[in-house]
Ligand binder design. Structure first.
Ligand code: ADP
Ligand code: MG
Length: 362
């Protein structure tokens, strides 16, 4: 299985620079997800790998060999797009086998391959149907099967689930995860959806504004975001950000802002005490606040509960903390009235601190 490497990849359309020197290594047999907001350059990166866009500067290597001058068809890649681009007059089997038939592969071999990939994506019973008689999810599977039939070592996906409704998207996401374990190929998957990224990826690459912000395992990025952008992008509901100042009182280190005064703990306190700039942004995930009637001083936020959104097992509370908005995720059994002022204990082991100027994690 080949390794893919991007070195100093730059893309300009006229004077408009989309990518600012992307360096990235995607290891063998890895499911890499490029995630970031719309317009950050994900598709451009993927299309450059596929050979559908030219490289302005830098190089793309597959197994150490530069490929940026090769034709798309000579790159040994298979790509699945957002709009599946199926041939409406061909049935499922013919759609899946289209590329193989062009390559004049023997009929018995084609039949075998079609059966194999159709089984893999759960299309065995639909081989004789035309795309018009399939659901959105089934069409998506045909597009997937067609890519798999090509026997490439590298698969590129550009937002393949974004045309599906929420429920189907969830199902297909799970199926894709199962399929990727079975086929053991190198997959590069582009999405703006952080849930897809978190659930599918071996490695997440977070992009913003044509730059890579951070890369690592989903857990690494969730637990140790390198900056405020990554912290706010991954996780639902998003992390709360509260501006404050670091204050040293005797041997204790506090972070104090409008409506809160928290005593930092352990490693966080040491790092904060040493940091040169005292202006920080405190990051607290909504799940790291626990409702409690007697939270100790310096370890809790006092919040005015404005709205409660019931979402099943959990409820999401929108609250005020001084002039800050704070979101809290609680067990929906928690008795709670709107308009109440309540205390929530902060899980101080899991708070994040960012330099307010650079937005880098402390
Ligand atoms: P993403 O896939 O992350 O949403 P894209 O890679 O499609 O973003 O686009 C990145 C930026 O490049 C956007 O600002 C987009 O408008 C611009 N862009 C994409 N294709 C072209 C093009 N052919 N000409 C000019 N600008 C383009
Ligand atoms: Mg895109």
């Amino acid at each position: 299985m080949p390794e893919i490497q991007l070195k100093g990849l730059i893309k300009r359309y006229g004077n408009f620079q989309v990518l600012h020197g992307v360096d990235l290594t995607m290891a063998d047999n890895e499911f890499t997800v490029l995630v970031g907001p719309s317009g950050c350059g994900k598709s451009t990166t993927l299309r450059m790998i596929a050979g559908l866009e030219s490289v302005t500067e830098g190089e793309i290597y597959v197994d150490g060999k530069p490929i940026s001058t090769l034709e798309p068809k000579d790159r040994g890649l298979a790509m699945v797009f957002q709009d599946y681009a199926l041939y409406p007059h061909m049935n499922v089997a013919q759609n899946i086998s289209f590329a193989l038939r062009l390559q004049k592969v023997a009929k018995t071999e084609i039949d075998k391959k079609v059966k194999e990939v159709a089984a893999l994506v759960g299309l065995t019973e639909f081989l004789h149907r035309k795309p018009g008689a399939l659901s959105g999810g089934q069409r998506q599977r045909v597009a997937m099967a067609r890519a798999l039939a090509k026997d490439s070592d590298i698969f590129l996906f550009d937002e393949p689930l974004s045309n599906l409704d929420a429920k189907l998207r969830g199902q297909m996401r799970a199926e894709l995860a199962i399929m990727s374990q079975r086929v053991q190929k190198n997959m590069i998957y582009v999405t703006h959806d952080q849930v897809e990224a978190m659930t599918l990826a071996d490695r997440i690459v977070v992009m913003n504004g044509g730059y890579i912000q951070q890369q690592g395992s989903p857990e690494e990025l969730f637990k140790r975001p390198a900056n405020k952008f990554v912290a706010g992008f991954l996780g639902m509901p998003p992390m709360n950000f509260l501006d404050g100042e670091i204050e040293q009182r005797g041997s204790d280190t506090f972070v104090k802002g409008d409506g809160f005064d928290l005593r930092l703990d352990g490693e966080k306190a040491k790092i904060a005490a040493k940091h040169t700039s005292k202006s920080v942004t405190l990051g607290i995930r909504p799940s790291d606040l626990d409702y409690t009637q007697n939270a100790p001083e310096g370890q809790s936020l006092t919040l005015d509960v404005l709205v409660s959104e019931y979402i099943g097992a959990q409820s999401v509370l929108m609250c005020n903390c001084g002039s800050n908005r704070v979101t809290v995720e609680v067990n929906s059994e928690t008795p709670m009235a709107l308009g109440e002022t309540l205390k929530f204990e902060v899980n101080l082991n899991r708070v994040h601190l960012f330099d307010r100027q650079t937005e880098e994690a402390l």
